[in-house]
Design a protein around this ligand. Structure first.
Ligand SMILES: [Fe+2]
Length: 331
């Protein structure tokens, strides 16, 4: 038998070895037939995986509980500040390969650019309380699988961290992201929580550890060997676009901004990307009309209508008129 990973019991190791073996079989099938990894594949492996009780993530543990089933896979920062690969990631590489392949298969349906990340938060059976994660870089994406009702991700997209969580909860309205239907984008450093649910629910949050660039090359190579799309400064810059800077919920912000955003823009976006209202594409006259109404409601300054192309066209038209006048005079 392989050595136990720190914190594992024999029973935990046994379940994880079964999960890793199942992942290897699914990957071999996908390689042989070129098929995608499905939610059902992941559910099968997740059911084999045995969690240990995590008492460290105090910021997510629901009231009345002292631990949750939550494992961090891939890169993490240890208590000494070192960037290391988690023991489970080293011991169960096929699970890492399968999860990353699944994420890429799902994400690739909506985006040509791969989602970069260093780590995966793998959770079972708990509804995280309202919290902010303080150790993330850039956006995270989340998907939940299993047979459950409820369990959407509540998200305060405009949270700039100036408001206490309790006040935020009492005074503001969250956006609810349907993590069951598809991967959803959010910024883990902004306030979020899981809606209460019933049934069996596993969730996977793919994210990047803050200051990942401090990681030693051999550790990064290990992540790449497990199919992590390790960020580069360039890919992270692109990823940041998915989560524009928050506007805050202060006195200058009209309440219920999130609801207005849902009403006008968020529903059709897949993967769900939170944008400011005036940054959303304006494809039709109705869109222009609606965004103007929204801007006036919010009392914001909108960028000028005229685009560079419009200005060039106007200049060309003016020059043509002047030339025609000149030609007429010469005639
Ligand atoms: Fe979180």
């Amino acid at each position: 038998m392989p050595e136990l990973v720190s914190g594992e019991t024999v029973a935990i190791q046994r379940g994880r070895l079964l999960a890793d073996a199942a992942a290897a079989v699914i990957l071999a099938r996908a390689d042989a037939h070129g098929g995608k990894v499905s939610d059902d594949d992941i559910l099968y492996v997740a059911r084999q995986w045995v969690f240990r009780k995590n008492e460290v993530r105090q910021n997510v543990i629901p009231e009345g509980q002292t631990w949750v089933f939550s494992d961090t896979l891939g890169l993490l920062r240890d208590r000494c500040g070192r960037y290391i690969m988690s023991g489970a990631s080293q011991a169960y590489p096929h699970v890492m390969l399968l999860l990353n392949r699944w994420m890429k298969d799902c994400w690739g349906e909506h985006s040509q650019r791969a989602f970069c990340c260093t780590s995966i938060s793998f959770n079972k059976g708990y509804a995280a309380k309202l919290h902010r994660d303080g150790n993330n870089q850039g956006p995270s994406i989340c998907k939940a699988i299993g047979h459950f009702s409820g369990g959407r991700l509540g998200y305060f997209a405009e949270d700039d961290k100036t408001m206490e969580l309790e006040k935020l909860k009492a005074d503001q309205e969250a956006v609810f992201l349907d993590v069951k239907s598809a991967f959803q984008v959010f910024d883990g450093n902004r306030a979020h929580f899981v809606e209460p649910f019933t049934g069996e629910r596993f969730s996977f949050v793919f994210f990047t550890v803050a200051k990942w660039w401090k990681t030693k090359c051999e550790v990064l190579d290990g992540l790449k060997d497990r199919a992590f799309e390790v960020p580069t400064p360039e890919s992270m810059a692109h990823a940041q676009v998915l989560v524009p800077s928050p506007r805050g919920y202060g006195a200058r912000q009209l309440p219920r901004m999130a609801s207005l955003a849902i009403m006008f823009w968020q529903a059709p976006l897949r993967p769900q990307v939170v944008r400011r209202a005036w940054e959303a594409p304006r494809e039709t006259k109705n869109h222009i009309k609606e965004s103007n109404v929204l801007a006036s409601l919010l009392g914001v300054h909108r960028p000028p209508r005229g685009t560079e192309t419009d200005k060039n066209a106007a200049t060309a038209k003016k020059a043509k008129r002047s030339k025609t006048a000149s030609s007429d005079a010469q005639a």
